[in-house]
Design a protein around this ligand. Structure first.
Ligand code: E4P
Length: 376
């Protein structure tokens, strides 16, 4: 088979499979693992089923043994090892595991979730030259946050958009891979896109067709690919989308010789929008370490403040959404609204959680050179 520009990794937790697939395909650039894949490893299954079971320490020891065998079998894309993390796991707890895991093998990449805490852990990791693979990426905003959190990294960084799982919820998962690639194209290349959660040969071929940096593939899909004599996408290749398109969001802005990721400029929309725990559909945040999250999911700004800035700056070209707000409201002045107040809009209930926080480093320069001129 012809080598593609896209590096091929195996998504599996069993070294026997690494050997088998390497023979089948002829090479493996790397491998990704995660706790669920490790739990499916035949040896681990036996141990878990035994009377004794496995303590947390023993699980770590088994995980280590497995990646030690895989490590020399794969190429320079390395072996991704995932920290054990739940909803409340802190960056510090992830880092403790990461520091240990990174010493297990010479080609380790540490997998952190694309969450606020995962991003904090990644930022500190790259600062100490720990390679990271930011997993569970479901949106372009998360990929932008990975870029921002790992800026200046001297070691390789991966971001893993989850294609199959997006398909599972009715989105066209491969669009995210293409969108992130497009967004990063204006950047300095410090983050590589690793397409993950691949379920079909079609998805694999799509990743090849757009020269995705890396793709991690379950053995079953690679078996199918081999059985079909390793087809490659040609000029006529057309991907059959299964879900609704994921539209490209303009989050990358060139500023002062750097690429800044921001979703600060909003456009007014008509009709209903779904409000979720972390966001309103169609919105995003470029810097998730500073913005977004449950307590900053929605940003409100008053028309009165627009009037103030119009007169202060002698301008009349502001459009709603100019200040990065999700809701431009008439009334609801800062004097009358209190933290804890609740407002119902349609069937969604919103709670006031904190005052506005001006994003000095991003807003001032962006607004001064972009759509606006200043923001106090
Ligand atoms: C890769 O790093 C991921 O662990 C993997 O692709 C998970 O995908 P899935 O759980 O949807 O199969």
């Amino acid at each position: 088979m012809t080598r593609t520009k896209t590096k091929i990794l195996l998504d599996d937790g069993d070294p026997q499979e690494t050997q088998r697939i390497r023979r089948l395909v002829g090479f493996l650039d790397g491998q990704t693992t995660n706790p669920s894949l490790i739990a499916k490893n035949p040896e681990v299954k036996k141990l878990v089923a035994s009377e004794h079971g496995l303590s947390v320490r023993e699980q770590m020891a088994e995980y280590r043994k497995i990646v030690e065998v895989i490590s020399p079998l794969v190429g320079d894309a390395g072996v991704s090892i995932e920290v054990f993390a739940e909803e409340n796991t802190t960056a510090e707890e992830m880092l403790d595991q990461a520091r240990e895991m990174f010493t297990w093998i010479p080609n380790a990449f540490i997998k952190y979730p694309c969450t606020r805490e995962g991003l904090r852990a990644a930022e500190q990791s790259v600062g100490s030259d720990i390679r990271v693979n930011m997993t569970l990426c479901f949106s372009q905003a998360q990929a932008a946050a990975v870029y921002a959190a790992t800026n200046g990294a001297k070691v390789p960084v991966y971001v893993s958009p989850f294609v199959g799982r997006l398909d599972d919820i009715g989105e066209n998962g491969v669009d995210l891979v293409a969108n992130v690639k497009r967004m990063y194209a204006a950047g300095d290349g410090h983050v590589a896109v690793l397409a993950a959660s691949i379920r079909t040969i079609e998805q694999l071929l799509y990743c090849f067709s757009i020269d995705t940096d890396l793709v991690t593939v379950p053995a079953k899909v690679l078996d199918d690919w081999a059985r079909n004599s390793f087809p490659m996408p040609d000029g006529n290749f057309k991907y059959t989308a299964t879900g609704k398109p994921m539209l490209y969001q303009e989050l990358a802005v060139a500023w002062a010789g750097k690429t800044v990721h921001t979703a600060v400029w909003k456009e007014p929309v008509r009709g209903r929008r779904m409000a979720r725990r972390l966001n309103i559909d169609g919105d995003g945040q470029g810097d998730l370490a500073g913005h977004g999250g449950e307590h900053r999911a929605v940003f409100v700004y008053q028309i009165d403040s627009y009037r103030y800035w119009q007169s202060e700056l002698r301008r009349n070209d502001f459009t709603h959404g100019q200040f990065g707000e999700n809701f431009t409201v008439d009334g609801l002045s800062d004097q009358e609204v209190c933290i804890g107040d609740r407002y119902r809009i349609g069937s969604a209930l919103f709670e006031v959680t904190q005052p506005r926080v001006t994003c000095e480093p991003t807003l001032r320069p962006l607004l001064s050179e972009g759509r606006g001129r200043t923001f106090g």
